[in-house]
Write a protein that binds this ligand. Structure first.
Ligand code: FES
Length: 149
């Protein structure tokens, strides 16, 4: 991943901070913003490290911790919750042998929850990297996990 190439796509204005961090994270194989990347961003936008880490900490979609090749984000907002997202979390947790926030030892999967994905009509919903899945059942999740492995 070439951080300079990513940075050059954006004007040197701090209004672009979130977009830049998203871009960096999406292009990193472990889907996070590394310390080196944070430093490069601070130099590019002429802002303080605390500002970047503040944004990284505020938005649950962003992370300064390395994650798996596949980031599974289960919607934990009310509609999905009513439709059984907790059961899906338990199911995935059991299948992968990890708790929320953890990554499988092979570095393949990280399991997280997220706010509403805007896919409430197909609750319960989840995203795996940039792909959206809805109307999930344990069987459906099982087949998605198998395809990814
Ligand atoms: S509540 Fe889950 S997608 Fe909206």
């Amino acid at each position: 991943m070439n951080i300079d190439a990513i940075l050059k796509k954006y004007p040197r204005k701090k209004e672009y901070l979130i977009e830049i961090l998203h871009d960096i994270q999406n292009q990193h194989p472990q889907q996070y913003v590394s310390e080196d990347a944070v430093i490069a961003v601070t130099q590019y936008l002429k802002i303080k490290r605390a500002q970047v880490y503040g944004v990284l900490g505020y938005y649950s979609i962003l992370s300064s911790q390395s994650r798996g090749k596949y980031l599974i984000r289960i919607c934990g907002s009310p509609v999905c919750n009513m439709m059984g997202s907790d059961n899906l979390i338990d199911f995935i947790s059991g299948r992968l042998g990890i708790e929320l926030g953890q990554t499988t030892p092979d570095g393949l999967f990280t399991l997280e929850t997220t706010e509403c994905l805007g896919n409430c009509g197909a609750a319960p919903a989840m995203m795996v990297n940039q792909d959206m899945y809805g109307s999930l059942t344990p069987e459906k999740v099982e087949s998605i996990l198998k395809k990814l492995k």
